[in-house]
Design a protein. Structure first.
Length: 85
């Protein structure tokens, strides 16, 4: 979970559901810092992926890989709690 204490979503941008992307909900993603941590975890752990995340909707979209278990494990390792979107 985020420890930055800045929980503002000023960098928030809505993500649109895409049938070519895996979607997950991360309820404890609260700010841009959280988005950055989750993005770095997934894109760093699974090269070739592209992440879009929106802390306002709590939705993370991942394109480029279809291994939801691996994505969930990386999000958990980063300190967040993924669930089905």
């Amino acid at each position: 979970m985020c420890g930055c204490s800045i929980h503002q979503s000023q960098n928030s941008k809505a993500v649109e559901h895409d049938s070519n992307a895996l979607a997950l909900k991360v309820k404890d993603m609260t700010c841009g810092h959280c988005v950055s941590a989750i993005t770095k975890a997934i894109e760093g752990g699974l090269p070739g992926t592209k992440v879009e995340a929106d802390p306002a909707s709590k939705i993370v979209l991942v394109r480029g890989i279809a291994d939801l278990a691996a994505i969930n494990a990386l999000v958990i390792e980063a300190g967040y709690t993924p669930s089905a979107a």
